[in-house]
Design a protein around this ligand. Structure first.
Ligand code: ACO
Length: 436
C-alpha cells in the first residue's frame, strides 16, 4: 500500500484469500506520533469481526450451510434438536448421543416457579417478545453458576437450560397475553410438539399436536437456527465479549432480534400484504417502493443477493400447511408480488429477492399464531445459533471486549459558562429531543 501523503509504501499481508487485518493499517502513519490509519465501516458491511466454523453463506449463489451441511438437506431430513446439536457441538449426533441430548434438553424444559410469578407481573397486554426478553434477562439471577463462562461444563449446562427453557417461556408469554393459565411442559412430546402443547392445550388430558404442523414448525426452527454474523448474533457476541453470563447476552440478542429490520420483518411483511389486500393493488405498492417511500417488507438482505434458500423451502412448505389449516389468502398476493418484483428493473438492479420473512409470517398466521408471536418463534431456534456463536467467541484467543473506534465530529473544546450567563440553548440536529 502506498501512502500518498508521505509516498511511503507498506506491505500489508492478505490472509485467508481476501482479508487484511484492520490493525495493520495502524502502521501507516504520517509521523511517529500519528495514531495511524483506521478503517471506517458504519454497520460493519465489509468487516469480518470473528472467525467462525458454524454457518457458511454464499449470498451471491444463495447457499446456506450449517457446519457444512446444506440447509435443504437438513430441512428435509433432520429435526430441530438434531440440528441444534450439530450447530452447538459441530457434528451430527449418532443415535446414542442424540438420545442423551434429547433427554438433557427435556429435563430442562421446566422453569423455576418464581419465573412464573415474574412473568405474571407483566401487564395483561405485554408484547410476548418484551416478556421473553425480560424473562431471559431475569433468568441470569436464577443461575449464578452461569457466570463461570470459562468452564466448559457450565457452558454446556447453560446451553441445555436455555434451549430447553426457551419454548416454555415463549409459550407462557403467549398464554399470558391471552389471559390463559400457563401449561407445564409435557416431555412425552417432541420439542416442537411440547411447544405446541404449552401454547394451545385447553382442558384435554394430553394435547395431541397435528403431525403436519408439528413437522412444519420443526422445519421452520431448522431454517432459523443460525445465520452467521447477523444483527442478533453480533449483539450476542458484542455483549458476551464483556463476559456477562449467557442469559444476559441472550437477552441482548433477543432485543436485537425484536427490531422490524430483523426478527420483526415477517410481521411487517404480513401487515404490508394485508394492506395491499388484493392483487390489483400490487402495482401501486411497487410504485411507492420504487419512489423510495417505503420498503418492500420481506425483500432484500445484507448478504443474499440471490433468492434466500430458506424462502424457497418455505414457499413450498406453505401448501402442505394450508392443507391442514386452510389456505391463507395472503399467499396469492405474496406470490404475485414476488413475480412482479422479480421482473422489475428496480429489484433486478439491486438484487432484491424474497428473504425468509416473506413467507414465514403467512405460514405462522395460518397456524394460528398472532403476529406478536412471530419474533418469539424466531428466537426459540436461534438460541442454539446464538449459543454456538457465543461459545466460539469465549474460546477464541483473538477475541477481546468488542470496542469499535469512532470518528469524533463534535466540538473540539468549550469552557463551562455560569448558568446565568448562558444564552438559551438552540435546537441541534443531533439532539435526542428539543432543548426545553
Ligand atoms: N424494498 C425496497 N428497496 C430496498 C429494500 C426493500 N426491502 N431493501 C433494500 N432496498 C434498496 C435500498 O433502498 C437501496 O437502494 P439504493 O441503492 O437506491 O439506495 C438498495 O436496495 C440497497 O439496500 P441497502 O439498504 O444498502 O441494504 P442493506 O444491506 O443495508 O439492508 C435489509 C438489508 C435491512 C434486510 C433491507 O433489505 C431491508 O430493510 N429489507 C426489508 C426488511 C426485511 O425484510 N428484513 C429481514 C431481513 S432477513 C432477517 O432478518 C431474518
Amino acid at each position: 500500500m502506498t501512502d500518498n501523503r508521505t509516498g511511503k509504501t507498506y506491505e500489508v499481508p492478505i490472509e485467508d484469500g481476501n482479508v487484511i487485518r484492520a490493525a495493520a493499517l495502524r502502521e501507516i502513519k504520517e509521523s511517529a506520533e500519528d495514531f495511524g490509519l483506521m478503517s471506517y465501516d458504519p454497520a460493519l458491511v465489509n468487516t469480518a469481526s470473528c472467525r467462525s466454523r458454524v454457518t457458511f453463506i454464499d449470498g451471491d449463489k444463495g447457499i446456506l450451510r450449517y457446519r457444512g451441511y446444506p440447509i435443504e438437506q437438513l430441512a428435509e431430513k433432520s429435526n430441530y434438536l438434531e440440528t441444534a446439536y450439530l450447530i452447538v457441538k459441530g457434528e451430527l449426533p449418532d443415535r446414542k448421543h442424540f438420545a442423551a441430548w434429547e433427554q438433557n434438553i427435556k429435563i430442562h424444559t421446566m422453569v423455576h416457579e418464581s419465573i412464573k410469578s415474574f412473568m405474571d407481573g407483566f401487564r395483561y397486554d405485554a408484547h410476548p417478545m418484551g416478556m421473553l426478553l425480560g424473562t431471559v434477562g431475569a433468568m441470569s439471577t436464577f443461575y449464578p453458576d452461569a457466570k463461570n463462562i470459562f468452564d466448559l461444563e457450565s457452558r454446556r449446562l447453560q446451553t441445555r437450560r436455555l434451549i430447553g427453557k426457551m419454548p416454555t417461556v415463549a409459550a407462557w408469554a403467549f398464554r399470558h397475553s391471552r389471559g390463559l393459565p400457563y401449561v407445564y411442559p409435557d416431555n412425552d412430546l417432541s420439542y416442537t410438539g411440547n411447544f405446541l402443547s404449552m401454547l394451545f392445550k385447553m382442558t384435554e388430558i394430553q394435547y395431541k399436536p397435528n403431525p403436519v404442523l408439528e413437522r412444519a414448525l420443526d422445519i421452520l426452527f431448522i431454517l432459523h437456527a443460525d445465520h452467521e454474523q447477523n444483527c442478533s448474533a453480533n449483539a450476542m457476541r458484542a455483549v458476551g465479549s464483556s463476559h456477562p453470563d449467557p442469559y444476559c447476552a441472550t437477552a441482548a440478542a433477543i432485543a436485537a432480534l425484536y427490531g422490524p429490520l430483523h426478527g420483526g420483518a415477517n410481521e411487517a411483511a404480513i401487515r404490508m400484504l394485508m394492506e395491499i389486500g388484493s392483487k390489483d393493488k400490487i402495482p401501486a405498492m411497487i410504485k411507492d417502493v420504487k419512489a423510495g417511500e417505503r420498503l418492500l417488507q420481506g425483500f432484500g438482505h445484507r448478504i443474499y443477493k440471490n433468492y434466500d434458500p430458506r424462502a424457497k423451502i418455505l414457499k413450498k412448505m406453505a401448501a402442505e400447511v394450508f392443507e391442514v389449516t386452510g389456505r391463507n389468502p395472503l399467499i396469492d398476493i405474496a406470490v404475485e408480488l414476488e413475480r412482479i418484483a422479480l421482473e422489475d428493473e428496480y429489484f433486478i438492479k439491486r438484487k432484491l429477492y424474497p428473504n425468509v420473512d416473506f413467507y414465514s409470517g403467512i405460514i405462522y398466521q395460518a397456524m394460528g399464531f398472532p403476529m406478536e408471536m412471530f419474533p418469539v418463534l424466531f428466537a426459540i431456534p436461534r438460541t442454539s445459533g446464538w449459543l454456538a456463536q457465543w461459545a466460539e467467541m469465549v474460546r477464541d484467543p483473538e477475541q477481546k471486549i468488542a470496542r469499535p473506534r469512532q470518528i469524533y465530529t463534535g466540538e473540539v473544546v468549550r469552557n463551562w459558562i455560569p448558568v446565568n450567563d448562558r444564552p438559551a440553548p438552540t435546537m441541534r440536529e443531533d439532539a435526542v429531543s428539543e432543548a426545553i
